[in-house]
Write a protein that binds this ligand. Structure first.
Ligand code: ZN
Length: 277
């Protein structure tokens, strides 16, 4: 069943668990994640991102995800991750995504907060939740070196100015593959958690240790964005099957779905979300 993001993140905060947000753009990844959620009785978030729209356009993706989520017996929220263009974020809200991230984290503070405020009004008018990012979590695939830790002293002002329902924070993680073990600033997380009641979001969850996940749930992250690990597991399964067996696409598809399920399940087990649906 489809659930609102705000309701889901509030429940996660009260009952102290983390919710996995999985970006998907094909039926194999979506079904794999949903099978994992159903088996563990865990609520999850299914998403797609502006950067993935070359793989599956936004309307087709929403149609797929919403049909699959509606018939799944555990709560599923639908989310657009990393919308950079105003038009894309508005489009996602118009189509029916219950939650959007409007990423203006590379802009100066004033411009970023004023853009978020405008979009938050639009989202709320349409019954959608909105996520903003304070500080900046870098992307490994882009020439992006501007890491900026979230400063706890900015949090109240940012949330008040923008009206965001969820806040992505920078506490040491990065998008994509880690070349060095990330060092998480949990004290910063605890400081931020003490200041605000909005749902806190961690980007760059792939590659963290099992202990990292448990500490992050304990210290107050509600939403964990996980893409790289599930994406790699899914494509590795396709590659291995083709190399060792055959190239019939329907049999490759079955392997991909099973791999996506296993990879999602391994992460969900660390978030204390099993049985919370
Ligand atoms: Zn991200």
């Amino acid at each position: 069943m489809i659930i609102s993001m705000k309701e889901l993140l509030q429940d996660a905060q009260v009952r102290r668990y983390g919710v996995g947000m999985f970006n998907t753009f094909n039926v194999e990844m979506a079904l794999g994640v949903l099978e994992a959620a159903e088996e563990l009785r865990a609520p999850v978030i299914l998403g797609t991102a502006e950067a993935l729209l070359g793989c599956c356009d936004l309307e087709a993706c929403y149609s797929l995800l919403s049909v699959l989520a509606a018939r799944t017996p555990v709560p599923i929220a639908l989310h657009l991750d990393h919308g950079f263009a105003e038009a894309v974020v508005r489009w996602a809200i118009d189509i029916g995504f219950g939650s959007v991230m409007y990423d203006q984290s590379e802009l100066p503070y004033k411009e970023s907060t004023s853009n978020l405020k405008k979009m938050a009004e639009y989202a709320h008018q349409h019954g959608a939740a909105i996520e903003g990012e304070l500080g900046h979590v870098v992307f490994d695939t882009l020439d992006d070196t501007g890491y900026a830790y979230t400063r706890p002293e900015d949090v109240s002002d940012y949330v008040d100015r923008t009206g965001v329902d969820a806040l992505a924070i920078a506490i040491g993680t990065a998008h994509g593959v880690y070349w060095e073990k990330p060092v998480l600033d949990l004290e910063r997380l605890r400081d931020i958690r003490a200041i605000t009641s909005v749902g806190l979001v961690l980007h760059g969850s792939s590659g963290l240790s099992d202990g990292d996940f448990r500490n992050l749930v304990r210290d107050g992250i509600q939403k964990f964005n996980i893409y790289t690990d599930v994406s790699f597991a899914t494509s590795q399964a396709a590659h291995d099957w083709v190399e060792r067996h055959d190239r019939c696409i329907e049999r490759v598809s079955v392997q991909m779905r099973a791999a996506a399920k296993d990879a999602a399940m391994a992460k969900l087990r660390l978030l204390n979300c099993a049985g919370k649906a």
